[in-house]
Design a protein around this ligand. Structure first.
Ligand SMILES: [Fe+2]
Length: 287
């Protein structure tokens, strides 16, 4: 799919395939996993096929003593081995997404009970640390809220381009979105990240997306086309199409995806059993 951005015929073929294979009921994307330590060929095939069509699946496993080991095992069997071991990763490589009491960690919205706006994971990362897949697994849901919504980024691109090719094109500009460097006490913790919103990923050769809807500390290319295009993108994300999905993950359920664009609603915890999700981020894709 290298040429879908530039070659009209390649784009049309890909678009027709994508629409023909798109399923619009969430139940069609659910996979029950019998044994997380030994996926059957049928389970693997189903996950791969669904990820090829829409870049995600919802999986479910039976109650287990060590959800961390189970999730790592599933991901590994699907080829997700290139784990992003970032700042808050725990011992097995998964991050605990829960309300944190740590002052430094609470500066990052995922570790609070606030809502998260539409984004792809690692949108601020340099190319060599691009997040291509992630899993989000529920150990305990919140008392109320904490609902996830997502849409396949390839479908977002397609819907925008079908509506107006100029909008889609503006979002592929190599300087469309910039996240300035992050400094703490004059020390650069993360260099500036400048790049397109939609692009062909150099490693997987697939159409991918980097985006965040938060507007603080983000700048867009100073052109009317880009600004208009971002408005259209936000409007599309904020509506409901047949390709938007919404789900409250329950204990034992997880979302596995090729970094779909997603959001989370605010939540309230039962203080004795706070919401806990395990997140794994990977530099490679589910293929
Ligand atoms: Fe995220």
């Amino acid at each position: 799919m290298v040429n879908v951005l530039t070659k009209a015929d390649d784009y049309k073929r890909w678009r027709d395939d994508k629409f023909a294979n798109a399923l619009t009921e969430l139940d069609d994307y659910k996979v029950e996993i019998r044994d997380p330590f030994k996926l059957s060929q049928a389970e693997k095939d189903k996950i791969h096929t669904l990820c090829l069509c829409a870049n995600f699946v919802i999986f479910k496993i039976q109650p287990h003593d060590s959800y961390e080991s189970a999730v790592i095992s599933i991901n590994t069997q699907l080829g997700l081995t290139n784990l992003d071991a970032h700042l808050f990763v725990k011992n097995q490589g998964l991050t605990h997404i829960t309300q944190s009491t740590d002052k430094n960690q609470r500066e990052f919205i995922p570790y609070t009970n606030k809502n998260l706006a539409w984004h792809t994971d690692g949108y601020y990362n340099p190319i060599e640390q691009r997040i291509r897949a992630f899993s989000l697994f529920c150990v305990r849901p919140a008392l109320t809220g904490g609902v996830n919504e997502w849409i396949d980024p390839q479908m977002v691109y397609l819907l925008l381009r079908e509506d107006n090719p100029d909008i889609a094109k503006a979002l592929t500009h190599p300087r469309a979105m910039c996240i300035p460097e992050h400094k703490i006490y004059e020390k650069v913790r993360r260099v500036a990240s400048v790049g397109p919103i939609f692009f062909i990923d150099n490693l997987s050769r697939t159409l991918s997306m980097r985006y965040t809807q938060r507007k603080k500390n983000i700048s867009f290319l100073d052109s009317t086309e880009t600004k208009q295009a971002v408005k259209h993108l936000d409007a599309l994300l904020n509506t409901q199409t047949h390709y938007h999905f919404k789900h409250l993950l329950r204990t034992g359920e997880g979302l596995l995806c090729n970094n779909v664009v997603h959001k989370r609603s605010a939540f309230n915890d039962d203080k004795d059993s706070p919401r806990l999700l395990l997140r794994g981020r990977y530099f490679n894709r589910i293929n």
